[in-house]
Design a protein around this ligand. Structure first.
Ligand SMILES: [Zn+2]
Length: 271
């Protein structure tokens, strides 16, 4: 599943490509025929990413196009003319020399303004949005009995973080993923928020997730894929910092990776 930085990159790219232009919309597969007919011929005004959700606003239309890629959703893009649609193309946009095809997404729908509000209300703050309420995340997480490794995957508490950023941010913070939020402390949670934002912003710029500090890669130049992470998908390999075997367990439905020495178990503080 793509993480938030990927959705923000898509929002930026689709804004650059289509905003201010009239777009043709259709649903070659047919499953979004009615919605596409409403959008067809309108000018796209804006594309916003909130966590892992995309909202497209069109001229003269209160409803917004909502897209959630989920595990299998994928965009394909190119320059016109568009190829013959093949397979299950749910939505196709064409305009200003470009085409975009969307397949396999969990949600492709028009949302009324109250439905848009409801969607945003069930999402926690998104560290990639400049208006995000980081203090709100810290306050919510600091009251939670949920393990911090679960909190980071809970889109209602923080929107956009996925499995890679979760594992890596906790490593960088030296936090045991099983420590309940209320035992982590506000200062550490604030530092987690800041670090997530820094890493995800870098992800938006580069299109990849690199979390290792240069000193821990031991090699300059372009970061190789196998040097990009501290613990994610490194189960059984030696920790880059202390040499201990990286562990793996399932938490919040996904594989969690951590180093038991760099992220030690802590006893909950009294009170
Ligand atoms: Zn370690």
């Amino acid at each position: 599943m793509p993480e938030g930085h990927t959705l923000h990159r898509i929002a930026l790219a689709h804004t650059a490509t289509y905003a201010g232009h009239r777009v043709r919309a259709d649903s070659p597969q047919g499953r979004f025929e009615g919605g596409a007919a409403v959008l067809d011929g309108r000018t796209l005004e804006r594309v916003d990413a909130y966590g892992k959700h995309l909202l497209y606003g069109f001229d003269g239309l209160d409803d917004a196009l909502h897209i959630h890629l989920g595990l299998y959703g994928k965009f394909r893009e190119g320059t016109l003319p568009a190829p013959e649609p093949r397979g299950a193309v749910r939505l196709r946009l064409q305009g200003d020399g470009h085409w975009t095809e969307l397949r396999g997404a969990t949600a492709v729908e028009l949302l009324t303004p109250p439905e848009q509000d409801a969607l945003l209300a069930r999402l926690g703050p998104d560290p990639l949005r400049s208006d995000a309420d980081g203090g709100g995340f810290v306050a919510t997480a600091a009251r939670s009995r949920q393990p911090v490794g679960g909190i980071l995957m809970d889109q209602a508490k923080i929107a956009g973080v996925g499995n890679v950023y979760r594992a890596e941010v906790l490593f960088r913070a030296g936090l045991d993923p099983y420590l309940p939020g209320r035992d982590v402390g506000e200062a550490a949670l604030g530092a987690v928020w800041d670090d997530v934002r820094t890493l995800m912003r870098a992800g938006v710029r580069s299109g990849r997730i690199v979390t290792t500090r240069p000193a821990d890669r031991g090699r300059g130049g372009r970061v190789r894929r196998e040097d990009a992470h501290y613990v994610y998908r490194r189960a059984g390999l030696p920790c880059r910092v202390c040499g201990t075997e990286v562990r793996r367990a399932v938490m919040a439905g996904r594989n969690l990776f951590w180093c038991p020495v760099c992220q030690p178990r802590r006893l909950a503080s009294a009170g």
